[in-house]
Write a protein that binds this ligand. Structure first.
Ligand code: 6PG
Length: 248
């Protein structure tokens, strides 16, 4: 199994390139007149990417050409906390991006972490079905992070959510963290047109080395189960995350 990965010399390079790829992807679709459907990653890594999309740098805002009226934002997963909580992926995006761009409130589709997990998952599942009716959701792009244990979104090793095929969104209890999460399920991720894994830092070097050596998908490393049927997957790595890869 060959993996398409790009190596960046620093996190800053990784962030800038990923932001540029996002902008190009958005513009390519929205200029055709149809909306763009983007699922955002949570965690710490992608925050700088979101911030860069909104940032003015010497008068240039990398995301300036984006017509946010045509972009619909979703979350790949969410923690079961209120939207203003420190751990909220929605809050992270709101502070890095949403508060700094002109985007209609109706284009922002967050899982409601303040609800009970099953209810939040069912509500978000309905939202996706109504947004992408009549069939399977097709995201133009899904940004994903990678945990040191190989999880992505909230698809953690050893959790039942890895086997869910009849739902678009599921609630999952993560034993090792003693928390509930809601997450997009693998059928949704694998229905995407494009997946970008964004991985930074020496803490991810071991799992990246393991993943890049794997010949087959493995449930013990859920990120390897993300194999879009007709979309493509790109791994965006900074030099720290790739530091254990041999220069073959
Ligand atoms: C979350 C994410 C999760 C994250 C990875 C990497 O809600 O935490 O969806 O999958 O992407 O754990 O997180 P960092 O970017 O913080 O290392």
């Amino acid at each position: 199994m060959s993996r398409d990965f790009t190596l960046y010399s620093s996190k800053s390079e990784l962030v800038q390139s990923t932001a540029r790829i996002l902008v190009q992807s958005i513009l390519k679709v929205t200029k055709t007149g149809r909306p763009y459907y983007l699922a955002l990653a949570g965690g710490r890594t992608p925050r700088d990417i979101y911030a860069l999309l909104a940032e003015e740098r010497n008068g240039k805002q990398i995301g300036k050409q984006i017509d946010w009226n045509k972009v619909h934002l979703f979350w790949g997963d969410e923690r079961m906390v209120p939207p203003g909580h420190d751990d909220s992926n929605y809050r992270m995006v709101r502070e890095a991006l949403l508060n700094r761009i002109e985007i209609p409130a109706e284009n922002i589709h967050r899982p409601r972490g303040e609800m009970p997990p099953q209810a939040a998952a069912a509500e978000y599942d309905d939202l996706l079905r109504n947004t992408f009716h009549p069939g399977q959701p097709i995201f133009d792009l899904v940004l994903l992070g990678l945990g040191e244990d190989g999880h992505t979104a909230s698809l953690f090793p050893g959790t039942d959510v890895l086997d869910v095929t009849d739902k678009l969104v599921a609630a999952v209890y993560v034993e090792k963290l003693s928390v509930w999460r809601v997450t997009l399920t693998l059928p949704v991720l694998n229905g995407a047109r494009e997946i970008l894994f964004v991985v930074s830092g020496t803490g991810k070097a071991e799992i990246i080395k393991r993943i890049m050596a794997m010949k087959q998908p493995d449930r013990d490393v859920p990120a390897t189960l993300v194999l879009p049927t007709s979309g493509n997957v790109r791994w965006m790595l900074d030099s720290d995350a790739a530091s254990l890869l041999k220069n073959e």
